[in-house]
Design a protein around this ligand. Structure first.
Ligand SMILES: *[C@@H]1O[C@H](CO)[C@@H](O)[C@H](O)[C@H]1NC(C)=O
Ligand SMILES: *[C@@H]1O[C@H](CO)[C@@H](O)[C@H](O)[C@H]1NC(C)=O
Ligand SMILES: *[C@@H]1O[C@H](CO)[C@@H](O)[C@H](O)[C@H]1NC(C)=O
Ligand SMILES: *[C@@H]1O[C@H](CO)[C@@H](O)[C@H](O)[C@H]1NC(C)=O
Length: 690
């Protein structure tokens, strides 16, 4: 079994500690708190009440009932927010959940991959296409709110969600849970026959309409309601003709009012003002709305030690100043950095079918022999890494004859990114192998860097760390699969390409008329510098001068010459035109190939042979290798990775690598028959020489 107990316990302990601190901050000795203005709640809840008063509520909830949650999410940044929200929800939940995600294309691509690879038990995810509703249903409503059209989609949920879905909790992406969502679901049991919408009062004075001279908000009951957390009784809304109801109200008001400033919230409030009987008022703790200058939110939580949901309200609010915000921020940061892998735990007491990928993996793991010297390798291969594609916004213009630089890195190579950006102005697709906490560190790193934050054509894909060995080829495949150009430059993070390489490659692809069908691998000759402060050559002539002066060398000329010998550096010196070279054993050049090229063999983890196997695959598929006369890339020095050190020091590690190579060759023979013979012979020769 996997050693999962300890880190989980640590994470949970850290959180408990944090919550305990919060409890003291908010005074465990205070009265439990009064539900402000909860006049419409039934008798039992309107009285002043204490902790034990919550018990009857809890017991209304059938154990293991499936709870439905809907979230509207569009774009890159909101997709990150959703993950934090979902982590907080999963941390406290005890019930199976069904997430209904209404997304644009961007968010769908990200979240589909994320949930598929996350494999959380007892969580189902369904996607709904925003563009289907946006066009007709809500785009006629003028609005000036920062979250734009998407928030308005909350209005069409009764029609957009499946007709047999009766009740749902709707959440904004900027809320964080501090308790079990089942307690919120339990409020459905408190709806009267006529009530259909559960909401918390708006904790600001916006709808009172006195914020500034001529401030004319949309009509609302009192201070209105906040729609960051909504309980929707969909059945009843459909029966009551909700769609008609809100459209009529909105159309009428838009005759006299201009656009909505708060999107869906304005319309919900206007409808409710006309039909107050629809609403069940929820306790303010279920949507504590943070703001700088409004005291109402503060009154809500400062009276209560039992905070339920924090609502950040706008992208800026993480920086609000009020006395308790430190506690809220810590809660939020805890979930930002919380190891999502720990949420793969089974639900206690609610049997559930594990996701099919998880089941397969369990079965395969059960067959492994822990005594096997290569157990770690076998185990790493079966690991399903959680993947968050395009972690940061991306803005790529489609263009023909274009090349994406593909590479992978871990947190200790982040400092290569700025230099790489200055050498390569074109698109990049980079896989980052990080923990959840390191992913936040990475965000801060990008935000603090002028060079990096100015780039919108670099896609960063986070693959979350798991297991002892670096899954180098899996990372390369993740980055490769996300490239959007006709060609890819398969590089490594510690290489800096010639400043001119990007434009030169594009021009070469065009001149050589390399369509994506043509099986050509353009070879970019590789060099190495032993000096951190290299004055980087700006032309081939300068590079040759440095080479002659001994400041540069051909890559790994001393420890692994066979990796690049076939490139024929002597010929390259003189070459004026591209020339073809032949594959030879252990050849591993840096190449530019069509995006549809073969994937890397993800069996190869850690250090050794991972690129060699890919080049063999290219050769087996009859790619021709063409060396470009003006192209070059230079390896910059750095401390050796942990895996290289292990490789060099451990015979067992090398034996496992040999075992992998054997497997790889068996597969090659199966695939390519007699044509694979030359690779086998090469392997035998290289083995007898090591
Ligand atoms: C707490 O609530 C329970 C049930 O409503 C009540 O019996 C009890 O007296 C209350 N305790 C305090 C300290 O108010
Ligand atoms: C998205 O998030 C990044 C990282 O926090 C930030 O730098 C960027 O400004 C955000 N973009 C938008 C459109 O909010
Ligand atoms: C969503 O709808 C748009 C427009 O109808 C369509 O182009 C797109 O392919 C759909 N996306 C998915 C994932 O179904
Ligand atoms: C209520 O109104 C404010 C306007 O001050 C708005 O920003 C917010 O979205 C609404 N909800 C709040 C503050 O809880």
């Amino acid at each position: 079994m996997l050693p999962r107990g300890r880190p989980r316990a640590l994470g949970a302990a850290a959180l408990l500690l944090l919550l305990a601190v919060g409890f003291f901050l908010f005074g465990g000795d205070l009265e439990y708190g009064r539900l402000r203005g909860a006049a419409s709640l039934d008798g039992e809840l309107t009285r002043d009440h204490n902790r034990s008063a919550c018990l009857p509520l809890r017991s209304l909830l059938p154990k293991c009932e499936l709870l439905h949650v809907a979230i509207v999410c569009a774009g890159y940044n909101s997709s990150r927010d959703v993950v934090t929200l979902v982590k907080s929800m999963l941390f406290y939940r005890k019930n199976p959940l069904h997430l209904h995600l209404v997304t644009d294309e961007v968010a769908r691509n990200i979240l589909e991959t994320l949930f598929h690879t996350w494999m959380v038990p007892a969580v189902r995810v369904s996607f709904y296409n925003t563009s289907k509703f946006q066009a007709g249903a809500v785009s006629w409503i003028p609005n000036t709110h920062y979250s734009g059209l998407y928030e308005l989609l909350k209005l069409v949920l009764p029609d957009a969600l499946p007709p047999d879905l009766a009740r749902v909790i709707v959440l904004d992406t900027d809320v964080t849970f501090a308790s079990d969502i089942a307690e919120l679901w339990a409020f459905f049991a408190h709806f009267s026959d006529k009530q259909m919408i559960g909401l918390v009062e708006n904790q600001s004075n916006w709808y009172l309409g006195n914020l500034w001279k001529n401030h004319r908000p949309w009509p609302a009951l009192g201070r209105g309601f906040n729609t960051g957390v909504i309980l929707l009784w969909l059945d009843r809304l459909r029966q009551a003709g909700w769609e008609q109801m809100w459209k009529v109200t909105a159309r009428r008001l838009l005759l006299t009012l201009s656009s909505t400033s708060l999107a869906d919230q304005d319309i919900f409030n206007a409808v409710i003002k006309e039909h107050p009987g629809l609403v069940l008022l929820l306790p303010c703790l279920w949507n504590v709305q943070l703001s700088d200058h409004h005291t109402l939110a503060e009154r809500c939580y400062s009276e209560a030690s039992d905070l339920k949901v924090i609502h950040w309200n706008s992208p800026k609010k993480l920086r609000v100043k009020n006395k308790d915000v430190e506690f809220f921020r810590n809660l939020h940061l805890t979930f930002l950095e919380y190891d999502g892998n720990l949420l793969r735990r089974e639900l206690f007491g609610c049997p559930s079918q594990p996701p099919p990928q998880a089941e397969q993996r369990q079965r395969a793991l059960a067959h492994l022999d822990e005594e096997d010297a290569c157990f770690e390798f076998q185990q790493q291969r079966l690991t399903v890494h959680r993947v968050h594609l395009t972690f940061l916004p991306l803005d790529l213009l489609p263009s023909r004859h274009d090349v994406t630089l593909v590479a992978q890195l871990s947190v200790d190579r982040l400092q290569m990114l700025e230099a790489l950006c200055s050498h390569w102005p074109g698109p990049m697709s980079l896989a980052l192998y990080l923990t959840d906490a390191e992913a936040q560190q990475f965000l801060r790193f990008v935000e603090a860097s002028k060079v990096l934050s100015a780039r919108s054509n670099v896609a960063y894909h986070v693959v979350y760390r798991e297991g002892p060995l670096y899954p180098v080829n899996h990372l390369r495949n993740v980055a490769l699969a996300q490239a959007r150009t006709s060609h890819v430059f398969l590089s490594d993070i510690d290489f800096l390409p010639a400043y001119s390489l990007y434009n030169y490659l594009r021009a070469s692809i065009e001149q050589l008329d390399l369509s994506s069908q043509r099986k050509t691998a353009l070879v970019v000759p590789a060099f190495e510098s032993l000096h951190y402060r290299l004055s980087f050559p700006t032309s081939k002539a300068e590079l040759l001068a440095l080479l002659d002066a001994g400041s540069l060398h051909t890559f790994r000329y001393d420890v692994w010459p066979q990796g690049h010998t076939p490139t024929d550096y002597a010929r390259w010196r003189e070459a004026q035109a591209p020339y073809q070279v032949q594959w030879a054993a252990d050849y591993e050049p840096y190449v530019v190939v069509p995006r549809e090229c073969p994937r890397y063999d993800s069996r190869f983890v850690g250090f050794g042979w991972n690129k060699v196997a890919h080049i063999v695959e290219l050769d087996a598929q009859e790619y021709e290798f063409l060396v470009l006369p003006e192209a070059f890339t230079i390896h910059m020095p750095h401390a050796p990775s942990l895996d290289i050190s292990r490789f060099r020091s451990s015979p067992a590690y090398r034996d496992c690598l040999h075992a992998l190579k054997d497997e790889f060759h068996q597969d090659l023979s199966r695939h390519y028959g007699a044509a694979a013979l030359k690779y086998l012979t090469a392997l035998q020769r290289s083995r007898s020489s090591t």
